[in-house]
Design a binder for this molecule. Structure first.
Ligand SMILES: [Zn+2]
Length: 324
């Protein structure tokens, strides 16, 4: 079949990071609905604040109170797609805003009620605060043209700022469609049949597994697929010691680059049924396939590789439980 496979993928990880004392104070200010800048050098002010002067790398100085208002300098208009989790109901702008009294620009949303024609260079805007500020950049829902007359109680210059924020949650999540391409789909379909299908370049004779459609060295279309055994040699490896979501076995275990016999490129996979400290560069390994019912057009059809030498093998604890 000369069509490409495609599959939905998600890349995600949780992430919590420290923010530093100056940004921590800035975030604590947002929690109190107060906008702080920071002095740098002789006469400049940054808002949002930074720990270090981006020009001289010197530590930034004293915090200063700023009016939560500014001027739009540049923007791009956003039509949110269905399913996006947006804090504003209508289309809006992502904009650079020069806060009054600051020398840099602040990147944030501007809400003009869904009307892109109201976005102009020099547009005056004010902060719209979140209903329940928590010490996050999202305590500013957006900027917006100031209401006439001003909304009473929208900001409170006397509010207690409190302790600096120490850490913030910054999780990462991307949903996307992986399109394998016609060439790689050949090897993926082979995986569903417990077959390693390699391809050779007619120009430079390089053999690939996994194989693309064109030679990476001379760009020629590769020859028809042929079957190889799937045994190979470890060319380099690492021992994974950190647990993270999605792992099929508990650490420690080995992930290796494996040069399959008869091929010139490398394959990355787990090496199990062996003590991690017994793994070595040059070790001969063989594939262990998933049960018939679990085979799919994916490298996951190979559960892992193990030493060819049975005297090096040890049982894999917990593996079947983690696979479930
Ligand atoms: Zn080639």
């Amino acid at each position: 079949m000369d069509t490409s496979l495609a599959a939905p993928y998600t890349t995600a990880f949780g992430f919590e990071r420290t923010v530093g004392p100056q940004i921590g104070a800035f975030l604590a200010g947002l929690r109190a609905r107060r906008l702080l800048g920071v002095r740098v050098g002789e006469d400049r002010v940054l808002c949002p604040v930074a720990e270090f002067d981006p020009v001289t790398s010197a530590a930034t100085g004293d915090l200063v109170e700023l009016e939560p208002s500014g001027t739009v300098t540049a923007w791009t208009w956003v039509d949110p797609r269905e399913g996006w989790d947006e804090p504003i109901d209508s289309p809006y702008a992502w904009a650079l805003i020069r806060i009054d009294g600051a020398d840099n620009t602040f990147f944030h949303r501007v809400d003009t009620g869904g009307d892109p024609a109201r976005m102009t260079p020099g547009l005056r805007v004010r902060v719209r605060w979140a209903a329940d500020p928590v010490g996050s950049i999202e305590d500013i829902v957006c900027f917006e043209p100031p209401a006439e007359p001003p909304v009473p109680g929208a900001t409170d210059p006397g509010a207690e700022i409190g302790e600096p924020v120490a850490t913030i949650e910054a999780p990462f999540h991307v949903d996307y469609t992986y399109v394998a391409g016609v060439g790689r789909s050949v090897y993926l379909r082979g995986m569903a049949e417990r077959r390693f299908l390699a391809r050779r370049c007619p120009g430079c004779h390089q053999v690939y597994f996994p194989a693309p459609d064109h030679c990476a060295r001379c760009l020629q279309v590769l020859d028809a697929p042929f079957e190889i055994s799937g045994t190979g040699t470890i060319s380099t490896f690492c021992i994974v010691n950190l647990p993270f979501p999605g792992q099929l076995v508990d650490p420690p275990y080995v992930v290796a680059y494996i040069n399959l016999d008869g091929t010139g490129n490398k394959l990355q996979h787990r090496v199990l049924e062996v003590a991690p400290d017994a793994v070595a560069v040059g070790m001969q390994v063989e594939p262990v396939w998933a049960p018939e019912t679990d085979l799919e057009p994916s490298l996951a059809s190979v559960r892992y590789f193990r030493p060819v030498d049975p005297t090096l093998r040890v049982p894999v604890a917990d593996q079947e439980a983690r696979d479930a």
